[in-house]
Design a protein around this ligand. Structure first.
Ligand SMILES: [Zn+2]
Length: 228
């Protein structure tokens, strides 16, 4: 195994040296701070309190999400929000079911710090928990004004929606914004070989099959995103 470069560590969530912490648990890429602040201010003047639900996520955090879903500690849901009974699934089906909503550790765009999940704090009804589900962002949902505003303005500040619609890989995520000036660079630098090496060095559930079908997973879930 070769010694990973700084960029490779960053791409796979193994360092947080590029992260500026906005609070205890929300961090974003320090080079994105000014553009994010401008986006947030512009939204504010349109009456929208644009808030980050999830920013940087480490490799370890993503690994624990994976392990919990794979082992059945956390529920795996389908697109109609039903909990899947995993005992009826093959290992391969389980991998695909998890990857609809959760990235492989080492392959989450949240490792990069330039991808964030957002919502509008002031549009969330009192006593309603944030679900981060598409219905909240659709025409009859409480975040619809945010959806409309972002569709018109996000691009001006350098942001785009990599998961704008379902393409057969990751589910639609209308809350997931990516800061293109950084993410296009990271996307280009990221490779299947880097992910393979990362998984090979990880004690992860489903490892043998993951490595075996990695080319298919890479195509279907990782590079299968919207054009910026
Ligand atoms: Zn996200």
């Amino acid at each position: 195994m070769h010694k990973m470069t700084k960029l490779e560590l960053m791409l796979t969530g193994k360092t947080e040296s590029h992260i500026h912490w906005l609070s205890n648990n929300i961090g974003i890429h320090h080079e994105m701070l000014s553009s994010f602040n401008q986006l947030q201010l512009a939204a504010q003047s349109a009456g929208i309190e644009l808030t980050i639900a999830s920013g940087f996520r480490s490799f370890e955090r993503q690994l624990s999400i994976w392990q919990n879903k794979f082992s059945g500690i956390s529920a795996i849901k389908d697109t109609s929000n039903q909990i899947l009974s995993t005992e009826n699934l093959s290992e391969r089906e389980k991998i695909h079911a998890i990857m609809l909503f959760s990235a492989l550790p080492g392959a989450s765009r949240h490792h990069w710090g330039c991808d964030i999940d957002v919502y509008a704090k002031n549009l969330l009804p009192a006593e309603q928990p944030l679900a981060l589900e598409p219905w909240e962002y659709q025409a009859s949902g409480h975040f619809y004004p945010l959806t409309v505003w972002l569709a018109e303005h996000a691009k001006t500040f350098g942001f785009f929606f990599p998961y704008d619609k379902f393409r057969g890989g990751v589910a639609q995520e209308p809350w997931h914004l990516s800061y293109l000036p950084l993410s296009q660079h990271y996307q280009q630098a990221y490779t299947e070989a880097l992910l393979a090496e990362t998984l090979l060095n990880t004690d992860i559930q489903g490892k043998a099959l993951l490595l075996q079908i990695l080319p298919e997973l890479y195509q279907r879930y990782i590079i299968n995103i919207a054009e910026a």
